[in-house]
Structure formats: C-alpha cells, structure tokens
Design a protein around this ligand. Structure first.
Ligand SMILES: CC(C)(COP(=O)(O)OP(=O)(O)OC[C@H]1O[C@@H](n2cnc3c(N)ncnc32)[C@H](O)[C@@H]1OP(=O)(O)O)[C@@H](O)C(=O)NCCC(=O)NCCS
Length: 162
C-alpha cells in the first residue's frame, strides 16, 4: 500500500474533506452525520481549520486525502474526537495513523482526556479505540433520533491523558 502521512488540514483541503464526509454519511451506518449533508454549512465549519480550539488532521496516501480526524478542545480540558476513513482505505492502518497523531496533539494542547461517542454496532471503530486504551464510560440508550425515526444507542468512550 502507499505510505500514509498525517498532516494538518488547510483551507485547500476543505472541498475534499466535505466530499469524503458526504460519502461516509451516505453509507448511513457509521457516523452521526446523515445524508443529505448540508455541504455549504460543512464547508464553512471546515474552513475554520485555523481556529485555535480545533485540530483538523488529514491522512494522505499517494497525494490523495483518504481520512480525516477532528479534535475540538473544550475549555474544561477535554478533546472531543470525530474521525472517518474513506471506504476503500479502511483496514489498512489509516485510522491508526490518524489516532496516534491525535493523541500526541491532544496532549500537546494540554487536554487531560479525549472523549468520543460511537454506535454500538461499529465494531471496527470500537476495536480501534480500545487498542489505543479508550475505555467504555457509559451507554446512552435510545438517545439519537435518526432521520428514519429510529432511536439509536451510543457508547461513550474516553482516554485519560493525565
Ligand atoms: C473506524 C475507522 C476510522 C477505522 O479506521 P481504519 O483505517 O479502518 O483502521 P485501521 O486499519 O488503522 O485499523 C486499526 C484497528 O482497528 C480495528 N479494526 C479495523 N477494522 C476493523 C474491522 N472491520 N473489524 C474489527 N476491527 C477492526 C482493529 O483493531 C485494527 O487493528 P489490526 O489491524 O491490528 O487488527 C474506519 O473503519 C472508518 O472510517 N469507518 C467509517 C466511519 C467511522 O466509523 N468513524 C468512526 C465513528 S465513531
């Protein structure tokens, strides 16, 4: 496989990152964002890549973006994490490379913890997070209403950094 590199996103990455989000949202199973994605709003949010309380990382292979990870630093010291890898690139170490860099970046920013939520059926994501030492801290029952009307549970996970 091509070597995967991880770097900070720049405003020039925004369109490609939003396209990737649209693709993964379209799968309908893995992330909180659902189709149809409000792409204009997402572009404005992603354009905020230089905000001091946000880290947006992009994983590249062969010069193409293949994954992304966002950390939002809360004032109370917790870094909220969200990530995704393009479907054709999963299971090839991209998520590992992104998460390793995210842990370094959260520590460097002085966060005492990384927090996230994941669907209980997302075995790949839960296995990846547990491999990095994330623990299951709670379970939200029938918490998120999907556009279908279904109410989905979510697992709350955390990685203490202190
Ligand atoms: C979850 C996700 C980010 C993982 O990224 P990835 O690039 O596939 O992960 P990696 O290839 O680095 O895999 C790392 C570890 O994750 C776990 N893993 C990955 N895919 C897996 C699968 N299909 N089943 C079980 N475990 C899996 C394994 O522990 C693996 O370690 P190993 O290769 O030593 O077995 C990716 O599958 C993805 O983007 N999915 C759709 C979006 C999503 O679910 N985002 C997270 C929302 S909370």
């Amino acid at each position: 496989m091509s070597e995967v590199t991880v770097r900070d996103a720049t405003p020039a990455d925004v369109d490609a990152l939003v396209d990737m989000l649209v693709e993964v949202a379209g799968e309908g199973r893995w992330i909180g964002t659902e189709a149809p994605v409000d792409t204009e709003r997402r572009r404005r949010m992603a354009a905020d890549v230089e905000a001091s309380d946000v880290v947006l990382l992009v994983a590249e292979a062969g010069g193409e973006p293949v994954g992304q990870l966002g950390l939002e630093m809360a004032r109370y010291g917790v870094a909220e994490l969200g990530m995704l890898v393009a479907a054709g690139w999963r299971g090839r170490g991209v998520g590992t490379a992104l998460l390793a860099e995210a842990v370094r970046r959260a520590r460097a920013a002085g966060a005492h913890k990384i927090a996230l939520q994941v669907w209980p059926h997302n075995a790949a994501a839960i296995a990846l997070y547990e491999r990095f030492g994330f623990q299951r801290e709670g379970h939200l029952r029938r918490h998120y209403r999907r556009r279908s009307g279904e109410l989905w549970d979510a697992v709350v996970m955390g990685l203490p950094l202190d």
